[in-house]
Design a protein around this ligand. Sequence first.
Ligand code: ZN
Length: 338
Amino acid sequence: MNYTKRRKLLFLTFFNIFLLAILIACTGLINRCDINASIDRSNGLDNTAQDVVQTENKQTGTAHDSIEEKPEKDTQDNSQADKEAKHVQSPSAQDTGSKYSFLSYYKPENASRYEEYGLENPGLDEKRVVIDVNIGLDYPFYGLIKEIQNYNDVTVLVNKYNKLPDNYEPELKQLEERYCVPGRGAQHLRKEAAEAFIKMHEDAKKEGLNITAYGTYRSIPTQQRIWENAINSGRTQEDVDSLNSRGGHSEHHTGLAVDVVINDYSVLDTKEYQWYKDRAHEYGFIIRYPEGKENITGYKYEPWHLRYVSPEIAKEVYNSGLTYEEYYVTVIEPNMQK
Ligand SMILES: [Zn+2]
């Protein structure tokens, strides 16, 4: 081998080593790129998982915030509290009734009923929805019946949703004949109602009026018989229900209700009615079934039917213009639960 050949061989050897070095370097680079890429991908996955966790945390935070904010709402004005309730809640964490929870007479157990009734009646505001549902008006009359617990209270609410226990019998006092419409038999009221009625009768008498008892206490079996006879007379059930209670659902069972003078619409033409319509509350009586409120009370206007609730409450009901159902669920019931 001559000198020139040796130089060529040496050059080729170094060149090959150089190429090998480049090859190794490139392979290393590619591997590094792969590793980085896989790290990036795994980071990407991690980020995605993190997003989910963060989203969950956000949701937990939302639910938590809304729980924490509840007590503060009582100190804020209603519209502001309502706006916050709407804003804070995500649909998934929504307490279905909380839109209504700013109202003092909101009942958590009615939450889903408020929601449903509100959706069915989009024209009603939150107050109306809660009042109606608390009365039971999201169900038809006699569609949801509760047995009354506070049957001895003079404020007791008896209606088509609230039934007295079958064995309920109040303590009664017989009215003297001079306080009663002749020919109607013996009349009985509870002591508080009897005393108030006598006082009202005597005061009206001083003005030449004669407010007498036409109908008072009726037992549950008597009332049921009246209702069944009315049905058997050929009247429709709807018509009978609009004027006659079913057994257990009449205020006349409590001894706190009295039909005065005569129980038909001719009572409107009497001087007695003109006097008691704006005076009865002073003695503790309300006209229990006012005109135009049949959809709430379940009864047509009954200007003759007075109900004793105490002078204090009768004045409030009279001045409020509310039906007793509305007054009861917004004022009496919330105070009972405290
Ligand atoms: Zn009556």
